[in-house]
Ligand binder design. Sequence first.
Ligand code: UTP
Length: 294
Amino acid sequence: MRIRKAIIPIAGKGTRFLPATKEIAKEIIPIINVPMIHYIVQEACEAGIEQVIFVTASGKFAVEDYFDRNQELEAFLERNNKMKELELIRSIGSMVNVTSVRQKEQLGLGHAVLCAKSMIGHEAFAVLLGDDIVINKKPAIQQLMDVSLSQGGASVIGVMEVPRSETNKYGIVRGDIINEKTLKMTGMVEKPKPEDAPTNLATPGRYILTPEIFDILENIPRGAGNEYQLTDAINVLCQNRNVFAYQFEGERYDTGNVHGYLDATIDFALKDPQTRDMFIASLKKRLTKNGITL
Ligand code: UTP
């Protein structure tokens, strides 16, 4: 019953982050000095995930390398008595057991998840999107695992409230209210107009899924954007199995777009005692220098 494996798809083209993503994976771009993907893998590890499966594409090797040991760097840090840095680098290298699978053609998130089928076997698993950071004391994916456990191992989709006017940017869930935070899902709608949206609960990239999803993914047609959509497969899953939507707690940053990335950078700089004062001072100075008064 315990969820041991997590799929993290990182094979997307990252067009909203060009030109940086011309040569490097979006997920390796740092927020200050920590790559985005570090936060995603950390969340999975803190929830007890034992194996992370990256769905990758060509040119994404830096993400796998980041979680590997770098003996040359370790030796250099040791020789130069940089023990704090050495400890940090070693802890990243031994954070979690990482494997990867290639998505040879970028045919959509549903297809990316399907690419990891052989690595999962017949057990429930987590999916965390590589460009959605959620910060909370109790990891968001752990919150979904707990709901899954309490519902007999069912699939659970993480949701968050969005303004009605923005439903057309997200997958929106439909279902029957079980309690303040949980719905029993009857389906999902991709990017509905505000007037057509069944709820204002969007799916920002945290899922617990049962393995039946793979059979569904193998049989669904291409959907929105001519891609194989995970949303479409979840819709089918809802017809055959119990699927729940859970409004998780946490601050979510969509770091796949520049606005969300800036929000994360500002918040992280303000929250870290090592950067907070310096950041505020710099910001004040820069605002004045650029003639901006708030
Ligand atoms: P996005 O919709 O953010 O697409 O994918 P993207 O390619 O990363 O970015 P844009 O929209 O072009 O800027 C959501 C997640 O699904 C993964 C992405 O890597 C991202 O983590 N994905 C998407 C795949 O792994 N394969 C795909 O074919 C599509």
